[in-house]
Design a protein around this ligand. Sequence first.
Ligand SMILES: *[C@@H]1O[C@H](CO)[C@@H](O)[C@H](O)[C@H]1NC(C)=O
Ligand SMILES: *[C@@H]1O[C@H](CO)[C@@H](O)[C@H](O)[C@H]1NC(C)=O
Ligand SMILES: *[C@@H]1O[C@H](CO)[C@@H](O)[C@H](O)[C@H]1NC(C)=O
Length: 484
Amino acid sequence: MSEKTLRSSRLILSVTGLSMLFLVLSSFFLFHSVINPFMPSSVFKFIVVGDDNVYIKPEENGESVERLVIPIAPSIKDTHETKDDIVEAFGDTDLNERAPTVCDKNKALLRVYMYDMPPEFHFGLLEWKAGSNRIWPDVSNPSQVPRYPGGLNLQHSIEYWLTLDLLSSNIKEIVRPCSVIRVEKPSEADFIFVPFFASLSYNRHSKVHGKEKVSLNRKLQNKLVEYLMRRPEWRKSGGTDHVIVAHHPNSMLYARRKLGSARFVLADFGRYVAKTANPEKDIIAPYKHVVKPISNNSSAPFEGRPTLIYFQGAIYRKDGGAIRQELYYLLKDESDVHFTFGSAQRSGVRQASQGMGSSKFCLNIAGDTPSSNRLFDAIVSHCVPVIISDDIELPYEDVLDYSRFSVFVWASDAIKPGFLLNLLRGIPRDEWTMMWMRLKEVAHHFEYQYPSQPSDAVDMIWQALARKKYTSNVNRTERGYRMP
Ligand SMILES: *[C@@H]1O[C@H](CO)[C@@H](O)[C@H](O)[C@H]1NC(C)=O
Ligand SMILES: *[C@@H]1O[C@H](CO)[C@@H](O)[C@H](O)[C@H]1NC(C)=O
Ligand SMILES: *[C@@H]1O[C@H](CO)[C@@H](O)[C@H](O)[C@H]1NC(C)=O
């Protein structure tokens, strides 16, 4: 071959290569949310009242923690870019271009109509007193919006943050991303938002008082069903374009089947039959973490985290939860493992904060539901989550690759003697550090705040809903379960 033909064939080769790259890239963007049919693993389970999402003070204090020497293994997972980098990068560019004024409803990803339902369904539950003829509080001054009750209620406060964000989307003073905008006419909307604070209603008003026959929580759900069934918007779509937030696994218990055609925003599908809630139509939202997030600067690196494995929580003997007990017996005698059960205490949160911030790996073991706030507490503590919950659903998993900052283990493997310890002790410093750095980058996706910020939890939930507008498919990124 002459040099000339060689050069031209090289040219043809690179042109072909480039066009193939473009082809692949463009089909990727076109189809990035087209997925395998996903099998909902949700089966109906009996409702256990009570909540695992409390931190529990260990019964004994002052267990010794020792510094570890971890053998360096030969291979280090390579760190190629994954599609969440691309999606994030694009998301951010978009958001940065948006000016700090009321967003343009033609440019927003989503147009949402919100029912002006009476305050008893929403801010009235926060003891906000609506003046005459008022339905919504004034949210133009963030320091004066009604507060959601603190403590453990907050972990399910998603209803509150989403509602506030919609209310503020027409207020000039509030600078926020422009993923969603509230529109005045249902006919302009992609979705119709139902502003019922279902989790708060469950947490605060489930008791039957005095001579009442039913709780306020149940009464409100009945009223909600009546309200929606009368609405022309619901009748028109059969509810399929309605969005209902029911983050506490026990919320909307009485109304969920009747309203099952709507899209739910949930913590997981553990207590739903697949017909009522499933990954094709519904959105998984993170819990609001209860521990204080660690700042980048004060986040301890590998050497600064003397505890190898951290877990603090309740013991469960039913459903998926029996595994906690088995793991406890496997791990309890290791000096670099903190694994405690005990009675619920408020000080548990502070302790968990400290414990997670000084541990390399934090266990997320299925309890009475597949999900818990513990995962999100681990993420904001930059403690690499070890997810042992076969049925767990993860927020925005179609665009966020959790395997880059978490370790997935099947429950049946986790309880094999020695497996978990060997696996985690065998993860080299460099591999752990890559995951830790990734945790720092993704932690803000799990932050609920008002006003909402680009790519925070509120914004990510709206973006997830926007993706549902075009497809009901559920491609999730590869979890890469670690096997014995
Ligand atoms: C979605 O999943 C299917 C099946 O695994 C795969 O063929 C397809 O390429 C995935 N789509 C994207 C955009 O990742
Ligand atoms: C974090 O550290 C950097 C450099 O050391 C410093 O410039 C920055 O102000 C610190 N940020 C906080 C929040 O402490
Ligand atoms: C923390 O650091 C990561 C990169 O390591 C960065 O992406 C993230 O924005 C930082 N977070 C804050 C709050 O500065």
